[in-house]
Write a protein that binds this ligand. Structure first.
Ligand code: TTP
Ligand code: MG
Length: 396
């Protein structure tokens, strides 16, 4: 089998870079996105100038202010970032049909076999950076390798404005010198458990036998750690069309029991999911809701629609009812997630009841899509979804 060529692109200090671009007084300055200094809440991101003060995502705003009182503190403008994200995505489409967007500012592209038409993966990576800079005046870091894990690691190692390649010959030596938290998916919990076993580096992790890892972390995660520590990752780049599910989730800057706020979050997420379904030509039969409370108890609920749908309002109204069943209206909510799954192609589905209300929802969704395809995702949205953008500091 020929070796795969995977590119991972990750925008640099994304929200902050967009603000620096659009506001010349912010250029070259420490810019902190996430809230105003006296507000509670956490940092969404910080410009590289602000990172020199030790400021990073998820740090309390008050701490960021203490470290850098002269920084420029701005609230996030999600509609704008989503619009830019969509422009970045359009640029990817020139380079490969196999694109997997994994967050608002990151994607994988599988460019295996594109060499004849577009040049080597490295040349494609350079051209992606060039297009992003010339069209959007933003920098991105590009990582190139033969699998997703190593491509993602490469873009991180090259940050900011980098282009970094990990070839099969170099992978072992690069992994050897890195701590375990550089493995995609290893968060602080796994890191601490590994530390407890005396394991700090990927090199040490590689020395652990598979059965021990599986006993400690379960069959699936144990096997994954075993493979990733060896630089092995066979996961394919999955486009939305091939994806088995799509989901969005938000951790709130403050735990909340404000129903209106939670519903506006659901509307914002349903809006994006419906749009992605329609772009991918898919309908979903199952809506998934995730609610995490302040004590970290997490509920997940699935609901099967009577017929598959790609309409924002169907997803939203279902999610709202699911929230009512899962939440007593009093407990503080820390995280809310919404997903769609059980896909079928949009065109083969016959609607059993095609009532007036559905026609209207469909027309509204199509009108939004037409405007967005011309002017970007952030150009239009439902008024009640905008509270998401005012208050929300984190979008995954
Ligand atoms: P990242 O790509 O993780 O961070 P970044 O683009 O700001 O910086 P870099 O990639 O150069 O290290 O996240 C992309 C955006 O997502 C980020 O600009 C803001 C948002 N975000 C949050 O709102 N909260 C978070 O905790 C994180 C990590 C990101
Ligand atoms: Mg980024």
């Amino acid at each position: 089998m020929t070796e795969r060529q995977i590119i991972h692109v990750d925008m640099d200090a994304f929200f902050a870079a967009v603000e620096q671009r659009d506001n010349p007084t912010c250029l070259g300055k420490p810019v902190i996105i996430g809230g105003l200094p006296h507000q509670r809440g956490v940092v969404s991101t910080a410009s590289y100038e602000a990172r020199k003060f030790g400021i990073c995502s998820a740090m309390p705003i008050a701490e960021a202010y203490r470290r850098c009182p002269n920084g420029i503190f701005l609230p996030p403008n999600m509609p704008k970032y989503r619009a830019v994200s969509k422009e970045v995505h359009k640029i990817f489409q020139y380079f490969s049909p196999t694109i997997e967007a994994i967050s608002i500012d990151e994607a994988f592209l599988d460019v295996t076999g594109c060499e004849g038409a577009l040049g080597s993966a490295e040349k494609i990576g350079r051209n992606i950076k060039k297009e992003i800079f010339e069209r959007l005046r933003l920098t991105a870091s590009v990582g190139i390798s033969y699998n997703k894990f190593l491509a993602k690691l490469s873009s991180e190692l090259g940050k900011p404005d980098g282009l970094f390649v990990i070839t099969p010959g170099k992978a072992g030596a690069i992994l050897d010198r890195l701590p375990v938290n550089k493995i995609w998916g290893v968060g602080s919990k796994t890191e601490n458990r590994l530390k407890f076993l005396g394991i700090k580096t990927i090199k040490q992790l590689r020395e652990l036998p598979l059965d021990l890892l599986q006993r400690q972390f379960g069959d699936v995660q144990g096997y994954r750690l075993f493979q990733l520590s060896r630089g092995i990752d066979e996961r394919p780049v999955e486009t939305d069309r091939e994806a088995k599910s799509m989901a969005r989730e938000v951790t709130f800057p403050r735990d909340t029991c404000d129903r209106y706020y939670l519903e506006s979050m659901l509307l914002g997420m349903a809006d994006i999911l419906g749009y992605r379904l329609r772009v991918a030509g898919l309908k979903s039969k199952t809506i998934c809701l995730k609610v995490r409370f302040d004590d970290f108890q997490t509920l997940t609920r699935n609901y099967s629609l009577s017929e598959p749908s790609d309409l924002d309002m169907v997803i939203y109204e279902t999610a709202k009812q699911m929230l009512d069943l899962a939440w007593d209206g009093k407990r503080l909510v820390r995280l809310l997630g919404l997903g769609v799954t059980s896909f079928s192609p949009a065109d083969t589905i016959q609607m059993s009841i095609f009532d007036e209300e559905k026609k209207e929802k469909k027309l509204l969704a199509r009108t939004l899509d037409t405007i967005r395809s011309k002017y970007g995702f952030g150009a239009i949205g439902r008024a009640s979804a905008y509270r998401l953008d005012e208050d929300n500091k984190a979008e995954n």
